[in-house]
Design a protein around this ligand. Structure first.
Ligand code: ATP
Ligand code: MG
Length: 205
């Protein structure tokens, strides 16, 4: 297996927990691999119903999105699977989105994020969970990284479904982008305030 991670490595290597899952979400682990640490999204600790039915479906859905986005500069590479219950993904360290990043990301960050989102839509993928601060990272060079395609919808670019549905789904992602613009760019915040309240941007993070 090219990523070199097995169930035995999860038991025997020093594994760092990046995010503990709940009843239906995977544990997200940082695991040493032959060429450096990799991320493992693992549903194996979940209950039998999730393991039998939900996890394989969620895993395949996320896998499909990563495959459609292969080569997209802001999206980590899917390295493969350990088994039906665990995906192995390239580790792209970064800081989670949030107001605390205002002034810490380069001035073009939100525009770069907009470009990354457009590039994703051009490949037929809508993320649909970009409002969640854990799903957009800023890497050490201040570039955006998009992760967690567990809610994504993938459509064939140019196909009928994409032509009909993608504009609506893309709009949901762009609304999330505007939330981050207001959080991160003081000028956008002022403009939103002047025009009556940030276009529905919600609770502070
Ligand atoms: N490829 C990656 N590179 C770096 N960090 C990652 C990567 N994938 C996940 N993480 C880290 O693990 C956290 C959880 O990952 P992810 O969002 O994919 O899982 P999740 O089950 O959807 O969790 P949540 O419900 O909190 O969104 C991310 O916020 C991030 O900090
Ligand atoms: Mg997430």
């Amino acid at each position: 297996m090219s990523h070199g991670v097995t169930r035995a490595s999860l038991r025997h290597e020093t594994v760092q927990l990046l995010n503990r899952g709940n009843r239906r979400n995977p544990d997200v682990l940082l695991v040493p691999g032959p060429s450096g640490p990799v991320v493992v999204k693992d549903w194996a600790p979940r209950g039998p119903w999730v393991r039998r039915w939900l996890a394989p479906w969620l895993g395949r859905r996320e896998e499909r999105a990563y495959q459609a986005l292969r080569g997209h500069p802001a999206v980590p590479r899917l390295l493969g699977r350990i088994d039906e219950l665990a995906l192995v993904i390239e580790y792209r360290p970064g800081r989670r989105m949030g107001r605390s990043l205002a002034g810490e990301v380069p001035p073009g960050f939100v525009d770069a994020l907009a470009g990354a989102i457009d590039g994703m839509h051009a490949r037929g993928v809508a993320h649909l969970d970009l409002r969640h601060r854990s799903n957009v990272l800023a890497d050490a060079s201040g570039r955006p990284v998009l992760i967690d395609f567990g809610s994504a919808v993938c459509l064939r670019p140019g196909g009928l479904a994409a032509r009909l549905l993608l504009p609506l789904l893309a709009w949901i992602d762009r609304r999330a982008l505007e939330k981050w613009r207001v959080r991160l760019e003081p000028a956008a915040r002022t403009a939103a305030g002047a025009s009556g309240g940030g276009g529905g941007a919600s609770r502070p993070t």
